[in-house]
Design a binder for this molecule. Structure first.
Ligand code: CA
Length: 425
């Protein structure tokens, strides 16, 4: 077992009972104090441990890390190291935070300098994303979309069960939780017998996804095998793949998603390490027909992450519209990364790979308004008496993810973004 995951561990830092961030989690992020520069931090309870200050005090594996690895505006320098280094760093932080370790606990001055209340910090993008891929790996989602837009008898396209379908998305418009999203404008063609129109999207949607972040991969021309893949995955975030359904419908033929997706994707601010998620592994669905040998994986490769989506508005508090789980994924992350590199495509530190919309088997577990309202035919009631087919201006969409096993609960916090009205056309 990974030592830092021991369910018996306790911290001298006070952690509220239902916190996503006990000592068994220790996710990494980039924080900026009101009067300071960005730096790498680890979350515990309602506090952020400033690793730049901790390193300056000589408490963080000084032989392995430099000051520049922590006094910086992204996790990329840490990502560029390897899994063994990531593990030693998290182990070291875990040791310093253990209830019985006095080195930081009993150093009042250093503790005050290193332990910052998260409420007083600005959370920045944790990663400088180089390349971004979006997969399409939920069989329930792919089936629902196939039924709605193609043929209910042949909802899945012939390739779907043989390879993890994906496309290359826009990395530069991935934004951190808390940033507003502007309703996009673009071309649509609501009526096939009339010319296309131009204006704000009428069908703005979220997609409930998770994404993983990679470390430095292999050189161009090399492959990452399915048994190696997990060693290249640093951690995960919640991912809202904002989608303009009417723009998407008109533009996507024949090359796939473009402007309907590239206006924004929102991620949670704390990157939960794959190590911290290991205790929550579960078996994935049976893959039938059998996948090709290069996609074979051994053992439990899915992860039990309970996922929720809420809509919030000035008129009502957060109202849950979906309750899904990452464990439903047909294709696991190791298969996705293996497939990404099977042609020799290189992987770099800070690349991001989103899962695709995570829908479960029942309507209350669907991961997009497109599916929840079945193309708008079944509007959802909100607490203030209004209804939603898609997302309105001034709505805030919130996603949360938690893992529980025995007495241990870890989570991702949330990804939250409010929709602003379109700029004038
Ligand atoms: Ca997507």
């Amino acid at each position: 077992m990974i030592a830092a995951n021991d369910p018996a561990l306790r911290s001298w830092v006070d952690v509220p009972a239902e916190s996503d961030f006990p000592i068994q989690n220790l996710p990494f992020g980039i924080v900026r104090p009101a009067d300071g520069e960005p730096r790498v931090a680890v979350r515990i309870g309602d506090m952020a441990l400033d690793l730049a200050a901790l390193h300056a005090a000589g408490l963080l594996n000084p032989a392995e890390f430099e000051a520049e690895d922590f006094a910086t505006k992204s996790l990329n320098r840490i990502l560029a190291k390897d899994k063994a280094a990531w593990r030693r760093l998290r182990d070291r932080v875990s040791t310093l935070l253990r209830h019985d370790n006095p080195s930081l606990r009993d150093n009042e001055q250093l503790r005050a300098a290193c332990l910052l209340p998260v409420g007083e910090l600005q959370m920045l993008m944790p990663v400088e994303v180089g390349d971004y891929t979006d997969f399409y790996s939920s069989i329930e989602h792919a089936t629902n979309v196939g039924i709605m837009f193609r043929d209910p008898e042949n909802a899945l396209l012939p390739n779907w069960k043989h390879l993890p379908v994906g496309y290359h998305g826009r990395a530069s418009s991935i934004i951190v939780s808390g940033q507003d999203v502007r309703r996009p404008v673009g071309q649509t063609r609501p009526n096939d017998s009339e010319p296309p129109q131009f204006g704000p999207t009428r069908l703005l949607d979220f997609e409930l996804e998770m994404a993983f972040v990679t470390g430095a991969g292999k050189e161009l021309g090399q492959r990452i095998t399915s048994t190696e893949a997990d060693d290249y995955i640093f951690g995960m975030v919640l991912f809202n793949d904002w989608s303009a359904r009417d723009i998407q419908k008109w533009e996507y033929v024949p090359l796939g998603p473009f402007l309907a997706k590239s206006f924004a994707s929102s991620i949670s601010a704390w990157v939960v390490t794959l190590d911290a998620l290991e205790p929550f592994r579960v078996a994935g669905p049976e893959q039938d027909p059998p996948v090709q040998p290069y996609l074979h994986t051994q053992g439990d490769k899915n992860i039990d992450i309970d996922l929720e989506v809420f809509i919030e508005n000035e008129a009502f508090p957060a109202h849950r519209v979906s309750h899904s789980n990452f464990k439903y994924m047909y294709w696991n992350m190791a298969q996705q990364l293996t497939h990404q590199t099977v042609n020799g495509c290189n992987v770099r530190a800070g690349d991001m790979y989103a899962s695709g919309t995570i829908s479960g088997p029942t309507p209350d577990s669907y991961g997009s308004m497109l599916e929840i309202t079945w193309r708008g035919s079944k509007p959802v009631d909100m607490p203030d008496g209004t209804q939603r087919k898609f997302i309105n201006d001034h709505d805030t969409v919130i996603m949360r993810g938690t893992c529980r096993k025995g007495d241990v609960r870890i989570g991702f916090g949330e990804v939250r973004a409010r929709v602003l009205p379109a700029l004038e056309v």
